[in-house]
Design a protein around this ligand. Structure first.
Ligand code: BV8
Ligand code: ZN
Length: 238
């Protein structure tokens, strides 16, 4: 008999959650690999790289500026909010590990968040390394520049770049020690993030996946629930 998702959530003391672009889809944010994932004629893998930025910082910033402007027009959805409720209930028995850079978990009220791939509202100077938050959309200048005159880059992790120092190590620790891992709205194709799921399974955690479609991990998890995060999460976290 397959265990009931609600039972697994109720009996878990330490819950970790891994989210991907799918949790923001119902807010109207295009996913990477879904239908809306394209921008002009480009794919994320072509633009979200240091090489693309090196070659054409203006083009790459046009993409980010477009995404940032789009994000100002959307709101967190019931899926984001259900995770805030779960965090309030579990306190330090809860951690949210996200691949998303859109800031919607922050805006929904999540606090215990590990951002594996950075934050689209952060910027960093490639000359002097100065970091900051810049929430202007549209940006007055594309590409934006630092006071020192250097080029600013988005504070996100591009393909081929290492994840922020220490963040993935903390995420692995959480995956090792949780009783239950919820995997929400990710195609489980990007590493090392996707590696957190087999890691949790190997250490005896139950894993519940919520996705519209089957993923390479669906057949390995405890429960693979087919449907929208904004509809399923409120139901199983009640
Ligand atoms: C690293 C930030 C090493 C930027 C992102 C070959 C060449 C180069 C690299 C590699 C290679 N092969 C493998 C690699 C490694 C590479 C990788 O995994 N590539 C993949 C594509 C094969 N990984 C890396 O490069 C990582 N770094 O390995 O560094 C290293 C180590 C030490 C020292 C130096 C270097 C860095 C990866 C991070 C890349 N940055 N984002 C930005 O956002 O602009 S990744 C990007 O993809 C986003 O963060 C996104 O979150 C992430 C994963 O995508 P998903 O979130 O899963 O989104 P997707 O659209 O794919 O899926 C959405 C899912 O939701 C779907 O399944 C859909 O069905 C579902 N869904 C839709 N609607 C709903 C829903 N589910 C529920 N409800 C709904 N309503
Ligand atoms: Zn600078």
């Amino acid at each position: 008999m397959t265990p009931d998702a609600r039972e697994l959530v109720k009996s878990a003391r330490r819950v970790a959650v891994l989210t991907g672009a799918g949790i923001s889809a119902e807010s109207g944010v295009p996913t990477f690999r879904g239908a809306g994932g394209l921008w002009r004629t480009f794919r994320a893998e072509d633009l979200a790289t240091p090489q693309a930025f090196q070659r054409d910082p203006k083009l790459v910033w046009e993409w980010y500026d477009w995404r940032r402007q789009w994000l100002l027009t959307v709101e967190p959805n019931a899926g984001h909010r259900a995770l805030v409720e779960l965090e309030d209930r579990l306190g330090d028995g809860f951690v949210l590990i996200t691949q998303n850079v859109d800031g919607l978990h922050d805006r929904a009220g999540s606090h215990r968040v590990l951002k594996l791939h950075g934050d689209i509202w952060e910027v960093r100077c490639i000359e002097c390394g100065r970091r900051g938050r810049d929430e202007r959309a549209p940006l007055p200048d594309v590409p934006p520049r630092c006071e020192c005159g250097g080029l600013l880059r988005p504070g996100v992790v591009w393909f081929g770049e290492a994840l922020p120092e220490g963040v993935f190590e903390r995420a692995m620790e959480q995956a090792l020690n949780c009783d239950l891992l919820l995997v929400i709205g990710t195609s489980a194709q990007v590493y090392p993030a996707a590696g957190l799921v087999p890691l949790a399974l190997r250490h005896g955690a139950d894993v519940i996946e919520v996705n519209l479609e089957e993923t390479p991990q669906s057949s390995h998890v405890t429960l693979s629930l087919r449907g929208k995060a904004g509809e399923i999460l409120p139901g199983i976290l009640r």
